[in-house]
Design a protein. Sequence first.
Length: 158
Amino acid sequence: MRYYTFGDEPAISPDDFFMTEALKEAKLALEEDEIPIGAVVVCKGKIIGRGHNLTERLNDVSAHAEMQALTAAANFLGGKYLKDCTLYVTLEPCVMCAGASYWFQLQKIVFGAYDTRMGFGRLNQKITHPKTLITGGIKENECAELVRSFFRGKRKGK
């Protein structure tokens, strides 16, 4: 496993590094008053797709962070399959996004916070491609707090 170092800071795992990048995307969504979920697609150690929620701006319920990042990655590679790629997303994908991952044939999905209400895991993990590996809970607290604080602010604003 490759580890990333930055100056005098200790080495961090690829999962932590790329989840931090997904969190940057989530913060962009927050700045746009979107639900703060971010995603990146990584292939051979390089980010090839980025996305954050755009459902409000685009008035499109399918404009989830994962869909944005997956489409960008497929465009980058010039093909529809992402067999050697990993999707990093700050919140457990919903059924729609997990289903899309099946068709993209992702190698791996890594997510931050679990979504017990809308996450695909509460239904059936078979919705992803049989060869797709799933890892959850990476930077879980940071990812969850971003979403919780967003909705707390929305409730206070009413």
